[in-house]
Design a protein around this ligand. Structure first.
Ligand SMILES: NC(=O)CCC(=O)C(=O)O
Length: 269
């Protein structure tokens, strides 16, 4: 196997988000994407956090959420992916489609083509998502140059059924954009590690930092390998968190403990 296809460098942009300021956020994210893509150790994949265009400005979301590319978000990310020939898991954005609001992840290949989207399935009541957002109805699967990937957005990681459904569809790496606040840092870290161990897959999770209203977001973006070891972890400030993932390790872990052949689904429902 081509070594570059096997080992991939991933960079997570752990950043603050300006509440209800899409123009500010788009400008900052474009700058950060550009500097990530121009880094000496250029990543194969760049990952962004959840709802990075608006933050949780829920009561103003109908006016602020992206519709008809009004802030040029999808076009801008696509152009950056193509210009730097880098793959981008563009976190998620608040968007309006057919009059409904969604929290949606978009994914771009090195040619700037939009290859997948996933709208958050499990809406988080503590941040009033269920009042304002429509839930997604389809799980998110995509392929990054031979790496079989899945998407889960923040609260989704509390539902092991979703990551297991992705694993059963052959996923090797689950990407998790998030806006996860204190005081639940231990849940964030433990759930991500558990999802990686139980599904024997990489978990690549990009959280935001900074304060917004009463919330203080805890960062600690992480790349976790299929054995559950943390290969990169951020602190609580703005930073790039980078690491290399190796598809071969997924196969090695899955053959050392054959969890998928030992499942007994006839007893689970
Ligand atoms: N944005 C979210 O989905 C937050 C989820 C969260 O904080 C949790 O504890 O779950």
């Amino acid at each position: 196997m081509d070594e570059r296809m096997r080992n991939r460098r991933i960079s997570l942009i752990q950043c603050d988000i300006a509440l209800g300021e899409p123009a500010v956020n788009v400008r900052r994210i474009k700058e950060m994407l550009q500097s990530a893509a121009e880094a000496e150790d250029k990543p194969d994949v760049i990952v962004l956090p959840e709802m990075w265009n608006t933050g949780y400005a829920m009561d103003r979301l109908r006016a602020l959420a992206e519709r008809d590319d009004m802030h040029g978000i999808r076009r801008a990310i696509s152009e950056l992916a193509a210009r730097y020939q880098v793959q981008i898991v563009a976190g998620s954005i608040a968007e309006q489609r057919n009059g409904k609001l969604y929290n949606t992840m978009y994914v771009y290949n090195r040619r700037g083509e939009e290859i997948a989207s996933y709208s958050k399935i499990h809406l988080f009541r503590l941040m009033e998502e269920e009042k304002y957002l429509e839930q997604g109805k389809v799980i998110g699967r995509f392929d990054l140059e031979g790496l079989s990937c899945g998407g889960a957005i923040c609260y989704d990681i509390r539902f092991p059924e979703l990551s297991r459904a992705l694993a059963l569809r052959g996923v090797h790496a689950m990407f998790v954009p998030a806006q996860w606040p204190h005081p639940r840092l231990n849940h964030w870290r433990s759930l991500l590690i558990a999802r990686a161990i139980e599904n024997q897959m990489y978990v690549v999770a990009c959280n935001r930092v900074g304060d917004s209203g009463t919330q203080s977001f805890c960062g600690h973006s992480m790349i976790i390998d299929p054995w559950g070891d943390i290969i990169a972890e951020g602190g609580e400030g703005e930073q790039m968190v980078s690491g290399v993932i190796d598809l071969q390790l997924v196969h090695e872990v899955r053959s050392s403990i054959p969890v998928f052949s030992d499942r007994q689904p006839q007893y689970y429902d």
